[in-house]
Write a protein that binds this ligand. Structure first.
Ligand SMILES: C[S@@+](CC[C@H](N)C(=O)[O-])C[C@H]1O[C@@H](n2cnc3c(N)ncnc32)[C@H](O)[C@@H]1O
Length: 264
């Protein structure tokens, strides 16, 4: 097995714990005995955003851009029975592993489509989703074509009014990608915020930032309270703070040249 092939490792500290790695990079952590368990901090942030926007146990129609070990579809099915998850995953080997070693076949309401998520989203009907989770990575990078204004317009198209787009990102100083992606979301959604450790928002450390976008306002104060009570405390920037944080950044486009007009 080459290092680039995806593989599943056991967690010696947790009997049901499984880590999916791709090219040596951790992609998903799943507890086969506890589908509601979210190990990675960023998955907890995604869950916090979902839970602040949608009523407890409300079933959701979700689209997942990037499937990995299917942690979030599993969490959604466990915490919101009756939910459906359409997963768009590029790598057929990941999908095969998820079935063979991570019990994908037992996740209720799950559909997995193998292929590039940009094409997968383009094939979805208008207003079919309450929630789109953006979590596609090549190594530690969001693929460029899944970050542009054109792709985000497709996400907006498949979301129903009041729907939520939550996007996981990883970046490092000087945060050009994160700032540009926030500017990109700002061109398409009325309300855009970001959740990350306070040190990252202070531009003092690298890591994950979870972007939260909707055409309906989000309870940013409630979200901040929710993320602060986790073991690894995070901070939230609401729309005004986010606009200041990415001031001057250019939205990303397929042509990567045009500024399409944002408040950033
Ligand atoms: C971090 S994992 C996703 C974890 C997942 N959200 C979960 O709940 O476990 C990232 C996944 O994105 C996939 N990916 C990368 N590029 C992609 C693309 N263009 N389209 C669809 N999936 C892609 C990778 O193969 C990898 O499985």
């Amino acid at each position: 097995v080459s290092d680039s092939a995806p593989r599943v490792e056991l967690d010696p500290g947790r009997p049901g714990g499984r880590v999916l790695l791709q090219a040596g990079v951790w992609q998903s952590y799943t507890d086969l005995d506890d589908p509601a368990h979210l190990h990675f901090a960023y998955t907890q942030r995604v869950a916090d955003a979902v839970d602040i926007v949608f009523g407890a146990r409300t079933p959701l129609r979700a689209v997942h851009v990037g499937g990995g070990g299917l942690t979030l579809p599993r969490w959604l099915a466990a915490t919101r029975p009756g939910s459906t998850s359409t997963v768009l995953e590029l790598d057929p080997r990941v999908v095969a592993l998820a079935h063979a070693q991570l019990g994908a076949g037992e996740i209720p309401g799950l559909t997995v489509r193998v292929g590039d998520a940009r094409a997968g989203v383009a094939r979805l009907r208008d207003a079919v989703a309450d929630l789109v989770v953006g979590d596609a990575f090549t190594g530690r990078q969001v693929p460029a074509h899944l970050a542009t204004a054109e792709f985000v317009a497709e996400v907006v198209r498949v979301l129903r009014p009041g729907g939520l787009y939550v996007l996981n990102t990883i970046d490092d100083h000087p945060f050009d990608f994160l700032r540009s992606e926030l500017a990109t979301l700002d061109t398409a959604f009325a309300h855009v915020g970001v959740v990350a450790v306070a040190e990252l928002l202070a531009r003092q450390t690298s890591g994950n930032a979870v972007l939260v976008a909707s055409d309906t306002d989000v309870d940013w104060v409630g979200l901040a309270a929710r993320v602060a009570r986790r073991i690894e405390s995070h901070a939230v920037l609401g729309p005004a703070g986010t606009a200041r944080w990415c001031a001057g950044a250019q939205p990303l486009t397929d042509a990567r040249q045009e500024r399409v007009g944002s408040r950033c």
